[in-house]
Design a protein around this ligand. Sequence first.
Ligand SMILES: CC(C)(COP(=O)(O)OP(=O)(O)OC[C@H]1O[C@@H](n2cnc3c(N)ncnc32)[C@H](O)[C@@H]1OP(=O)(O)O)[C@@H](O)C(=O)NCCC(=O)NCCS
Length: 162
Amino acid sequence: MKIRKATEKDYGVFAELTEKNHSYIVGVDKWKMMKVGTGYKKLAAQNYIEDVKMHDGVILVAETKNKIIGCAVATLSVSSELIKTKYKKEYLKTGFIKNVFVEETFRGQGIGSKIVGELEKYLKEKGCPTVHLEVFAPNTNALKIYNNIGYQDHSRILIKIL
Ligand SMILES: CC(C)(COP(=O)(O)OP(=O)(O)OC[C@H]1O[C@@H](n2cnc3c(N)ncnc32)[C@H](O)[C@@H]1OP(=O)(O)O)[C@@H](O)C(=O)NCCC(=O)NCCS
C-alpha cells in the first residue's frame, strides 16, 4: 500500500470515495437530517478540489495493486493582515484535515491513521503548528480512531431541532 498525492486522473475515483464517505455519514445521522442529493458526488468532490487549490492544500490517496482504496484532504487557513500585525507569527497558519475515507474491506489495517499522519507532515512542513479536524458526533468509530492518534476535543458545535 502506498500513499501519494492525487492527480487529475484520480479525481473520478476521489469523487466516488467522497460520495461513499457522505453516505456513511448519512447512515450514522441519528437526526436523519442529511441526505445524499442528486449530483452531490461531483459537487462535493469539486468543492474539495477547489478548496485545495485556493488554500495551498493537498489530496492524498491510498493505493494498493493500482486501486485507490482511501483518500483524505488537507487545507490551510492563514490569518488576516490585521491579526498578523497583532499576534505572533507562529499562530498564523492552521491546518485542516477533511474527507478522510477508507474502503470498508480495508479498514482496521492502519491505512486511515497513515493517511492522516502524511497530511500532518504536509501541514507541518507548510508551517502549521496545529491541525483541526471536524467529526460528526454520532460517528463514534472515527472519533475513537482520531483520539487514538492524538486528537482531542477543542470546541463543540451544538444543534437543536426546531
Ligand atoms: C475513519 C476511517 C477513515 C479510519 O480508517 P482505518 O483505515 O479503518 O483506520 P485505522 O486502521 O488507522 O484505525 C482503525 C482501527 O484499526 C486499528 N489498527 C491500526 N493499525 C492496524 C493494523 N496494522 N492492523 C489492525 N488494526 C490496526 C487502530 O488501532 C484502530 O483501532 P480501534 O478501532 O481500536 O480504534 C475509516 O473507518 C472510514 O473510512 N470510515 C468511514 C468514513 C468516516 O467515518 N470517515 C471519517 C469522517 S470524519
